[in-house]
Design a protein around this ligand. Structure first.
Ligand code: SAH
Length: 406
């Protein structure tokens, strides 16, 4: 297809340095300002000031990340190239052990050499997400390549612009719409298995699909830890961790979320796994308010999971990871006896693990307790990141034993 000659675009020495370090982004600067007029998704050949070819990039005029390099060589973005990339991503996953699981990340954007693009498998269906419109004109070619490598029943796609964040913060932004790109539509009762547990998935309507499967391995560990525990799952969403805890033999699981419809979905997930939801507790409410209420009624929990969105606004509270995490930890520690286990998680990419632990410290100091970290982990192994793109490591999952001070 597209055999047009690629427009040559000069980049400055700082961009050359970053590209030589393997980082695929071209950040807008005085050099990119003088590039010729280009359209979103055009392929360009990057050239150093001295005229050396730096490979092919996908251009996103007007954006801060004005281009993303696809290859050190000059390449065409055609079906063959895409198929090779998909196969490479598939090969690297041969090392992984998914257990009894039918959900997986097949392509993890920069981590698999396809910047700004992810592909997830949900049973027989695929979901393509693109975080920049540069991919739009290549979607149908990508669909053909995906059919060739994975032969799914249907392929959905969804544009995930930055506004998703504003949306999560309650701003009036239209949620990203997913559409069927190829093949058949998924049934309304589509379910996937993750380590033998069933979860209902919605590929077409919701902002998210119902399962954050980047927590696959963490959820398995949580399930093991939950045996015999009174478990509290804050910001529970569709109850994936609650189901895991109940399946692991938790005495009782309390799930709290501001959205009642997600708790209905959580109940449905319990039933799918033949765990009667009646034996557990589902509280629709703001976590900050509910934590005070639980403290007042002198409730105690042996295992608590806190995994809030990076930002959120409800009628009752405004949450940001910085500050909000410390406050949640302070509040929840009132409900936790010594030796209880506190698990906290954040997917805020731009907060380092070091800063995140500082948040935990702030909360524990305010509560007059000590947190003894016994494990730190991140996203599941099918969400790889490269050494050249450390930003790709975004998930923080910290497991701490609650201790009293002397
Ligand atoms: N921990 C979940 C994912 C959480 S998604 C999992 O692993 O599956 C974030 C959830 O937080 C959403 O379901 C949203 O409804 C909820 N939420 C956001 N702000 C809230 C608040 N202040 N109180 C309670 N729930 C909140």
């Amino acid at each position: 297809m597209n055999n047009r000659k690629q427009t040559r675009c000069i980049i400055g020495s700082e961009t050359v340095r970053m590209l030589n370090l393997g980082h695929p982004w071209v950040i807008a600067d005085r050099f990119t300002k003088s590039w010729p007029q280009l359209e979103c998704g055009d392929l360009i050949e990057l050239k150093s000031e001295k005229g050396a070819s730096m490979g092919t990039a996908l251009c996103d005029p007007g954006s801060r990340i004005v281009a993303r390099r696809l290859s050190e060589k000059v390449v065409e973005l055609n079906q063959n190239w895409l198929t090779a990339k998909l196969q490479r991503a598939q090969d690297s996953r041969n090392w992984l052990d998914f257990g009894d699981t039918t959900v997986a990340r097949l392509v993890n954007a920069e981590g698999d050499g396809l910047p700004g693009l992810t592909v997830d498998r949900y049973g027989d269906f695929l979901m393509v997400q693109y975080f920049t419109l540069v991919w739009q004109r290549y979607l149908s070619t990508l669909a053909v390549a995906l059919q060739e490598v994975y032969n799914p029943l249907g392929i959905y796609c969804k544009y995930r612009p930055q506004e998703t964040r504003k949306l999560a913060a309650g701003k009036n932004v239209r949620p990203p719409q997913s559409r069927l790109l190829a093949g058949k539509a998924a049934p309304a009762d589509l379910t996937v298995r993750e380590n033998g547990l069933l979860y209902r998935i919605d590929l077409s309507k919701d902002l998210h699909t119902g399962l954050f499967h980047d927590q696959r391995q963490n959820r398995l560990e949580f399930r093991r830890q939950a045996a015999g525990c009174r478990v509290l799952n804050l910001f529970s969403y569709t109850g994936a961790f609650s189901v895991a805890a109940a399946a692991g033999g938790a005495e009782q699981v309390t799930s709290v979320d501001a959205a009642g419809r997600y708790l209905d979905w959580a109940c449905e997930n319990f039933r799918l796994n033949e765990i009667p939801p009646e034996g557990h507790e589902f509280i629709t409410g703001d976590c900050f308010v509910e934590l005070d209420r639980l403290a007042k009624s002198r409730r105690f929990f042996d295992l608590v999971f806190i995994d809030p969105p990076s930002f959120s606004t409800t009628r009752k509270s405004r949450f940001t990871t910085t500050g909000g995490t410390a406050e949640l930890v302070q509040k929840v520690l009132r409900l936790m006896p010594p030796k209880a286990l506190l698990v906290t998680s954040s997917n805020l990419q731009r907060m380092s693990l070091e800063d995140y632990v500082k948040e935990l410290r702030k909360g524990s100091l305010a509560a007059g307790r000590e947190l003894q970290i016994i494990n730190v982990s991140g996203q599941a192994d099918d969400f790889p990141y490269t050494v050249s793109f450390p930003e790709g490591k975004y998930l923080k999952y910290v497991v701490s034993v609650v201790q009293d001070k002397d």
